[in-house]
Design a protein around this ligand. Structure first.
Ligand code: GDD
Ligand code: MG
Length: 361
């Protein structure tokens, strides 16, 4: 049985002003339908034998998260973090909880800020990963990179793994392929990323598959502080219907560290399953422009927006009428109390902008 672990914390500041502390990007409905968090849970409906998902988020988002799960007709354990400590503590606590449900389940760790357009290819990759994961490896899913993106982890594949039983049907294609990981590097600088692209590295999709016990042993080996704090937090947990609350002190005392930096960069047990499933990380407004339905001028316009003599803009209005005239390559996002106007190529820097805004209060 696979227990899904859905990571739903963090605020996604690069989608400001739409994403706010009270409604981070993964809980927003970006195209007026389901949120990316809900799409993540939906993908599991076709995976077959899955256990009750463990969703990890922070306290202030608990009602929004619970409501979005209920709206899907699903149920989950919702772990409430007293504070954001990044993904290593979140995954470790989920492994402790899920490890208690079953003997030693496989955990499928799913970020909630992705879009996947080819569900079948994704499900096939997960099936492929089950073999090495059950054998005690930390399975990553690698994406063929398109540009030297600095916001991702990079994976250098090594030797092919033992191939599993021959494919049952012709359309299974290259299903079954996986490789050892020679190197895992989280968020390199641009020059290094360019080298990696030339050397055949893959992007880390941020989705992982492993046994709960294997992950816990690797966290204990490479991030003992996180391991100790999470064990304390787990022992002090309190259940209140679907919510699992963690005691503040041991949890917040843990270092803030991503699973990529805490474990994946150091472990000798990583394996990569290459995956071509139309994967996209919705990290910034330019990712939404890339994936949006553009008009003949390359503009992606959402809500009450009109444009004239403008090209390659992403413009979105949540209420007021927005008009573009004679501008190119802009991101314009209108909300009730804030408006963003930015060069599309600088969309990543919205994060720094928001940091500055927070400082000013
Ligand atoms: N529960 C919880 N607590 N979830 C968190 C926290 C936290 O403190 N911080 C982040 N998350 C969630 C986010 O909501 C997201 O769904 C997921 O964990 C990944 O966090 P991001 O902050 O979006 O990570 P990233 O995109 O910069 O990097 C990761 O994903 C890339 C691919 O999208 C890494 O795994 C990279 O190596 C990878 O390439
Ligand atoms: Mg992300």
């Amino acid at each position: 049985v696979i227990v899904p672990v859905v990571l739903a914390g963090g605020s996604g500041t690069r989608l400001w002003p739409l994403s706010r502390e009270l409604c981070p990007k993964q809980l927003l409905s970006l195209d007026g339908r389901e949120s990316m968090f809900q799409e993540t849970l939906r993908r599991l409906e076709r995976l077959g034998e899955v256990g009750r998902p463990v969703v990890v988020c922070t306290e202030p988002h608990r009602f929004l998260v619970a409501e979005q799960i209920r709206a899907l007709g699903q149920a989950a354990d919702i772990v409430l973090e007293p504070a954001d400590r990044d993904t290593a503590p979140a995954v470790a606590i989920a492994a402790l909880l899920a490890g208690g449900q079953d003997d030693d389940p496989l955990l499928l760790v799913l970020p909630s800020d992705h879009q996947i357009s080819q569900l079948d290819a994704f499900l096939a990759a997960v099936k492929t990963g089950m073999v090495p994961a059950a054998a005690g490896n930390l399975v990553t899913f690698g994406i063929c990179p398109e540009q030297p993106e600095t916001g991702y982890g990079y994976i250098q594949p090594g030797q092919p793994g033992d191939s599993p039983a021959p494919a049952q049907s012709a359309d299974a294609g290259a299903e079954g392929e996986y490789f050892t990981v020679r190197r895992f590097v989280e968020k390199p600088d641009a020059a290094t990323a360019r080298q990696y692209l030339a050397q055949g590295y893959l992007w880390n999709s941020g989705i992982f598959l492993f046994r709960a016990s294997v992950l816990l042993a690797e966290v204990a080996a490479h991030a003992p502080e996180i391991s100790a704090r999470m064990l304390e937090a787990y022992r002090g947990r309190q259940r209140e219907r679907d919510f699992i609350r963690l005691p503040e002190e041991p949890f917040t005392a843990a270092p803030t560290l991503s699973l990529d930096r805490a474990v994946m960069e150091h472990t000798g047990k990583a394996v990569v399953v290459p995956m071509a499933c139309g994967w996209r990380d919705i990290g910034s407004w330019s990712a939404l422009w890339d994936g949006g339905a553009a008009d003949a001028q390359g503009n992606v316009l959402l809500g009450r927006v009109v444009s004239r003599d403008s090209r390659n803009c992403y413009a979105r209005s949540t209420g007021r009428l927005l008009a573009l005239l004679g501008v190119d390559d802009l991101v314009v996002v209108e909300t009730a109390d804030a408006v963003l106007v930015a060069r599309r190529e600088q969309a990543q820097e919205v994060r720094e902008l928001v940091r500055e805004l927070k400082k000013r209060g």
